[in-house]
Design a protein. Sequence first.
Length: 157
Amino acid sequence: MRRKDREIIDINEILSIVRKCDTCRIALFDKEYPYIVPMSFGCNYDTGKLELYFHCASEGLKLDLIKNNKHAAFEMDCSHKLVTGESACDYTMEFESVCGQGLIEILKAEEKKDALTFLMKQYSDADSFQFQDRIMDKITIFKLNVQSITGKRLIKK
């Protein structure tokens, strides 16, 4: 990272940013161009490993690309605030962001409820959730096992 003064390496600070975000963009390998898609997500950090969880339909381009190449990159950002100035060159944008890379795995049926619980906890303060089996059978859940991660922040004083 070029701007070391904005870099965040402390995992607790990075996790704090992750918890503020409401969308995670994942980038997958396609033939000629990368394929990037914004998604709702959940996370779990346990014993030094960050896992990101996503859900989607049981067929489509995203799953086809994952089946061909399990490597992915991701990005999420929050805390946006425009900072104005006297001239255009004085304008900037406050933000916090997290970027990383990892490997995707498609989860088995018996792993879906735990994964969806992590996803729901990203958006709700509830302790438990009810899931309908007929819906669970129709969706695919995948996990991104994060192998590298970094955070970045620009907050003007």
